[in-house]
Unconditional design. Sequence first.
Length: 141
Amino acid sequence: MRPLLAFISGGLFGLGLMLADMTNTDKVQGWLDFLGEWDPTLAFVLGGAIIPMFFAWRIAERREKPAFGACFPPKPDPIIDTRLVLGSVLFGAGWALVGLCPGPAMASLGYGGTEGLVFFLSMVAGMVLAHAVMRTRPVAI
């Protein structure tokens, strides 16, 4: 049952990204171009995600366990370290330059052609490389 729910959730997430035009690189780059011809329409996507999740988190805080799981995952570490800042900067720069982040990149694989596939494979290679580097270096604050 759990794999089926994960598949359905992932499919709905991908469909939502496509319907919201988050897989359109020109649209995303227009949203991130604050100093040029800024396109504010993705603000509706942001609001459409934040508002329901605000209420979902409030409901989840009152529950002892999730509806489809044994327990909630642990809360993330609140420490802001060099890795977090550097990773955020690299993520944002890549997103602004290309117009895709991991979720929309996966959603666009079905119709992204060669460019979408090259981006996806490059993204996975970067993740593997980052993971390998992180395992060999101690955390620096």
